[in-house]
Write a protein that binds this ligand. Sequence first.
Ligand SMILES: Nc1ncnc2c1ncn2[C@@H]1O[C@H](COP(=O)(O)OP(=O)(O)OP(=O)(O)O)[C@@H](O)[C@H]1O
Ligand SMILES: [Mg+2]
Length: 348
Amino acid sequence: MANVLLDVKNLSVHYKILSGWVYAVDGVNFKLEKGHTMGLVGESGCGKTTTGYGITQLLASNAFIKEGSKVIFDGRDFVEMSTVPDKKLKGYRRIIEYHPEMRKYRWSRISMIFQGAMNAFNPVYKVGDQIIEAILTHEDITEEEARKRVEELYKLVGIPVDRIDNYPHEYSGGMKQRAMIAMALALKPDLIIADEPTTALDVVTQDRILGEMANLQKKEKVAMILITHDVSVVAEMADEIAVMYAGHLVETGTTRQVFKETAHPYMEALLSAFPNIKGEKKRLKAIPGSPPDLSNPPKGCRFAPRCPYAKDICLEEEPPVVEVAPGHFAKCHFAEELYGELGGERNE
Ligand SMILES: Nc1ncnc2c1ncn2[C@@H]1O[C@H](COP(=O)(O)OP(=O)(O)OP(=O)(O)O)[C@@H](O)[C@H]1O
Ligand SMILES: [Mg+2]
C-alpha cells in the first residue's frame, strides 16, 4: 500500500460497566489508502460504530482505549494525541474531553455521518445555518463565502437551494440524509466515516443516495469507511472489506477477495443470509444462534459456538490471523483449509 491515509493498529475499545467490561472492539487492525472505500460489515452489536468512533475518539464517557492501540492518520497517532493513561484502570487510556488539536482534525480532515443521522441536526436552527456554522468554525472565510459553498453542496447532493433556510423538521428523511452528506463534504475532508448512512431510507432512495455519494467521493478523492450490516451495499461501493464479528475483524481483503474467495465461515454465513447481490433467487439461510455477550465473550474463537466447521481447538484457543492470499486475511484456525472451499459468490 503506497498511499496509506489511515493505519489502525491493535485498536481495542472497551466500555466500563457496573459489572465489569464490555469488550466491544478488541485488537482491530486495518489500513486504508487515500481515496479508497472500505466497507465495515457485521451483525448488530459487533462493534462497528465503536470502531468508527474509536478512530475519531468521539467515544462515550465510559469508553477506554487499551494501551498499545494506535490510530495513525496521515502520520499522527490520534490515541497518543487525545488520550492519557488512566490513573485507576491499569493498562487503559482515558480520552481527554477537550482536545484542541484533535478537534482540528474532526470535520475538516475527517467527517462523520452518524448512525441515525436523521436526528443529527439541531431542531431549533436552520439546516443551512448549521452547515455554514461548521464551515466558519474551521475556515477563515466570510459568511457569504460559506453560504456560497453550502449552495454548491446542495446542488451537488440534490437538494433545492431554496431549502437552505428551512428547519430540520421541514426536510424529508432523504433530504436530511443528503444534508448530512453535504455537511460531511463541507470542509473537503480526506476521510468520511459513514455509519449506516442510508438504512432508515427506502431502498430506491438508498440506492440513489449511495450512488451519488460514490460519485462525489470519487470526484473529490475522499476516502470512506462505510459502516453497514448490509453486505450488498458494500459489494457495490467498497474497494476493501473488513468483516467484524464480536469485536474482532475476522476477515479483511479486497472486495473481490472477500466476496469471491471467502476465507472465514462467518463471511460465508453473512453472504448466505442476504439476498444475492445479482438479484438471483435463492433461499436465505439465517445464521443460527446469536452473537455472544461482549461482556463475557467465549474463549477461543468468538464465532466457534455458531460455526459449522468448528473443532475442539476453536473452543479453546483464540485463532491467529492468517494471510491466505496477498492482502487477504482471516482470523480462523482453519483459514488455509477453508480458503477456496467456502461458498462465497463464486459457487452460485
Ligand atoms: N456506552 C456503552 N456502554 C456499554 N456498552 C456499550 C456502549 N456503547 C456500545 N456498547 C456495547 O458495545 C458493543 C458494540 O456496540 P456498537 O454500537 O459498536 O455495535 P454496532 O456493530 O455498531 O451495532 P449496530 O449494527 O447495532 O449499530 C455492543 O455490545 C453494545 O451493546
Ligand atoms: Mg452501529
